[in-house]
Structure formats: C-alpha cells, structure tokens
Design a protein around this ligand. Sequence first.
Ligand SMILES: NS(=O)(=O)c1ccc(C(=O)NCc2c(F)c(F)c(F)c(F)c2F)cc1
Ligand SMILES: [Zn+2]
Length: 235
Amino acid sequence: YLVPVVILIVGPATWVEKFPEARGTRQSPVDIVTSRASSGGSAPPLVWRYSVNHPRSVVNPGYCWRVDENGYDSELRGGPLGSDVYKLQQWHCHWGSVNGEGSEHTVDGRAFSGELHLVHWNTSKYNSFTEAAGQPDGLAVLGVLLMVGSKHDELDKVVRLLPYIQHKGDKVTFSEPLNPANLLPKRIAYWTYPGSLTTPPCTESVTWILFKEPVQVSAEQVRLNLCYYVNGKNV
Ligand SMILES: NS(=O)(=O)c1ccc(C(=O)NCc2c(F)c(F)c(F)c(F)c2F)cc1
Ligand SMILES: [Zn+2]
C-alpha cells in the first residue's frame, strides 16, 4: 500500500519562495573548510572600540536574544573592511535546541554550542543601518563561536536578564557597564568571507569576520539560553 508522505517544508527551504535573495551566490552561514582558507596576506589589523557605560536593551526578537546599542558610539575598521568605518548596531546569539549544535557556521563540519553575532554597519558610506543592510558592503558581522566551559562573566550580564524577556517582543533596558570587546576571544585570528544575513531576507550585505578561537560559556549559561527562548517560545 502507498504510505502517504507529507513533506512539511519549513525553515530555510521555504525562504527562497518569499525572499529571492536567499537564492543568491553569497549565502550565509557556510562551513569553513580550513584547508581551503588562504592566509590573510598583508591585510591591515582589525581594530575596534566600543563604548561601555550607556543604557542597552535586551530584546526577545522571537529567536534567541538581541542587545540593541541604541546608537551609542563605537567603531570597527581595518582587516577586510578597506577604509570604511563601521558602527555596532546590535549583537545577538544563536543557540541550538540540542547542546553542541547551536552555531550557524561550522568549522570543518563541526558545530559549536552557540554563536554570538556583533552586527556593524558602514557609517562611512551609508546614513542608516536599514540603508546599509541592503548594500554589498553595508554590514560587517563579528562571529564568535561559543563552547561549553567556564562561565562567561560579561555575557552573564545579559543571561541574568533573560527571565524578564521570556516572550517574543519582551524588552528590558539595563545600564550596567558592559564592554562588547570582552565578548571577543583573546586571540583575534579570524576567517572572513563575503556573505549574507543568516535569517530572512538573507540580504547579501554582510562581510563576515568569524574568529577562529571559540569563547567559553558555562553549561548553565547554555541551559538558560535554551530554556528562555528557543524560537521565541517560553520553553
Ligand atoms: N544572523 S545575522 O546574519 O548576524 C543578522 C543580523 C541582522 C539581521 C537584521 O537586522 N534583520 C532585520 C533587518 C533586516 F533583515 C533588513 F534587511 C533591514 F534592512 C533591517 F533594517 C533590519 F533590521 C538579521 C540577521
Ligand atoms: Zn546572527
């Protein structure tokens, strides 16, 4: 007898219907095949400066959490970014529903427990994040791979607020000093490639800069992230 096969297509496979960009030639995330990465050559150093003492808001956008920088000053320049200066707009994380499978990028096929994205936009060329998000050199995202290990104190300033944003759209503002530079690994070696937003509309406007060294977060911090927002649902 014929078994009725219903293929429920949700997630990335359906994005191409609604978002033509998702069919593009520079889609993220990707698997980093380390043997095929070229050496950096004579690229200038990557330089960043973030302001520490300003109010930030943590939002539950429906997947994971996002911290908005609320327009306060910051700078990212150098490396693959040519002579343009980029400004931090927001940072957010991606966690998996199963430990060890949360990252978006993989390295030689290996996934990590999570991945932090610091999203910057090109203030040398564009007048707003929204405008920059539509341009091939509009955005630069620093990617930090997260692995289970020791507790991350700077990240904990956000993790401890998660119980207050358990539902999609929830937002809490905090003014505890926080330095986004402390979210980055000690060694700043990175891979870089021209890519896209990893969520719809998957616009091909991101220069990806993925640090090679993972950053450690505690198992409890991963559990808290998994508990409070998987796909924006209070689980
Ligand atoms: N995971 S990631 O690749 O780092 C990523 C970073 C930012 C965004 C984002 O800002 N989305 C909303 C959003 C857009 F998708 C736009 F295209 C736009 F113009 C916006 F203004 C905007 F807020 C999505 C994914
Ligand atoms: Zn992201």
